[in-house]
Write a protein that binds this ligand. Structure first.
Ligand code: ARG
Length: 405
């Protein structure tokens, strides 16, 4: 009996061809596993297609809840934004997909796992590093990296074996999507000077066509996790879906980023991430109110490390466990409500409140009711400026006092 391989199956051209190719080249029985991370698709057709193309078994795993609770929300609590722009939708899904591939391989007694990633991207790294961490005994096969076929040759291969070529193949773009966002690459976008056409976008209205009056939304958090929209409690999956609709309808969440890939390439990426944009913004606004200045400064550094780690495929590492523990601890008082205004492509925080707020009206106000002892500032400035004065007297100020440097 042939050995079994579990293939991460998207239903697209490459993974469909891979089913046939794994049989031809390695004589393997292919078990297709399609992971639902909120990339709304008709999964029954995907499943059937895998079988039609030659898979011995096709499984669809609904991983939305797990994706939200164990991947998206921890990243939100960490304020993870790669290079200050990318909310990491694809990157966060890969360790989960790797884990589910390993689970399926164990359940089915497979000796190998396979994925459809090319040799130029980050996803191959994320999946393989994760599979190796979880199940070092499994062989990993990357057909699209190995077969050396051009796009055209892949289509011809599909034709030869009666593999249906999806209409989306004619689309000039390569896309990936899940609850946390959608990425768009290739085609005309490979020229970083070219503005993306409207046709590239699927989740966001063009800001020019968005409603002429602003929308408002109130999001409540409990210990860093969003739990209600406009006072209505809901599960994480629904909450993210609703915010994608709502903010996307106002054109919020478009990102145009020249990004540093792990494999050393700069690539031009377009993202749509309405819910992620709004939630990260709201979460940071609440942290600004409930964390001390020093906590915020330190957490910003952690956020950069955390985002890099997720991007670079290092989910299943001790460093991640350590950073996640810090992040978790930092969220003890990140509870409260943020109000945002959505208007023609932009979202802005216009209100925030928390039972644990460190904002003290009595200290902040310039009106009556001021409790701040202004006379104490003189002594503070004296001490604060003491080393400055001492050094300037001893060593001068190096010409900084001159008007032009
Ligand atoms: N550049 C993004 C990342 O590395 C998006 C990748 C999209 N992946 C894909 N297979 N289309 O996470």
């Amino acid at each position: 009996m042939p050995d079994k391989v579990v293939l991460a199956y998207s239903g697209g051209l490459d993974t469909s061809v891979a089913i046939r190719w794994l049989r031809e080249k390695y004589n393997l029985d292919v078990i297709a596993v399609t992971v639902d991370v909120g990339n709304e698709r008709d999964f029954s057709t995907t499943r059937q297609k895998a079988l039609d193309v030659g898979a011995v078994k096709a499984l669809v795993v609904d991983a939305k809840e797990s994706f939200v609770n164990h991947f998206i929300f921890p990243a939100l609590k960490a304020d993870a934004l790669y290079e200050g722009q990318y909310s990491l939708a694809t990157a966060l899904s890969r360790p989960l997909i790797a884990k589910l591939l390993v689970d399926a391989a164990r359940a089915e007694g497979a000796t190998a796992v396979a994925h459809g990633c090319t040799g130029k991207g980050n996803d191959q790294v994320r999946i393989e590093v994760s599979v190796n961490a979880l199940a070092p005994d499994l062989t990993i096969i990357a057909p699209a990296r190995e077969w050396g076929m051009t796009r055209e040759e892949t289509i011809n291969y599909a034709g030869r074996y009666g593999i249906p070529v999806p209409v989306t193949v004619s689309s000039p773009y390569s896309t990936d999507e899940n609850l946390w966002g959608r990425s768009i690459e290739c085609g005309a976008l490979e020229d970083p000077w070219v503005e993306p056409l409207e046709e590239a976008f699927a989740w966001t209205k063009s800001p020019a066509e968005a409603p002429n009056s602003p929308g408002y939304v109130e999001i409540s958090f409990e210990q860093g996790i969003p739990v209600t929209i406009d006072g209505q409690k809901m599960d994480g999956v629904t909450l993210i879906q609703q915010l994608n609709e709502l903010a996307g309808g106002h054109g919020v969440g478009r990102v145009d980023h020249v990004e540093n890939r792990l494999v050393g390439i700069k690539s031009r990426e377009i993202y749509e991430a309405p819910a992620a944009t709004v939630l990260l913004q709201a979460h940071q606004a609440l942290e600004a109110m409930t964390l001390s200045k020093e906590q915020l400064r330190f957490k910003q550094k952690v956020a950069v490390e955390y985002a890099d780690l997720v991007y670079n495929g290092l989910w299943f590492t001790s460093l991640h466990q350590d950073l996640a523990a810090y992040v978790q601890s930092s969220q003890r008082f990140v509870t409260g409500t943020v109000r945002l205004k959505l208007y023609k492509g932009s979202s802005s925080v216009v209100g925030r409140k928390s039972p644990f707020s460190l904002y003290n009206y009595g200290l902040a106000t310039y009106d009556k009711g001021d409790e701040f002892d202004q006379s104490a500032s003189a002594g503070f400035i004296h001490i604060w400026g003491l080393p400055v004065k001492t050094q300037a007297q001893a060593q001068g100020t190096g010409g900084l006092e001159e008007k032009e440097g």
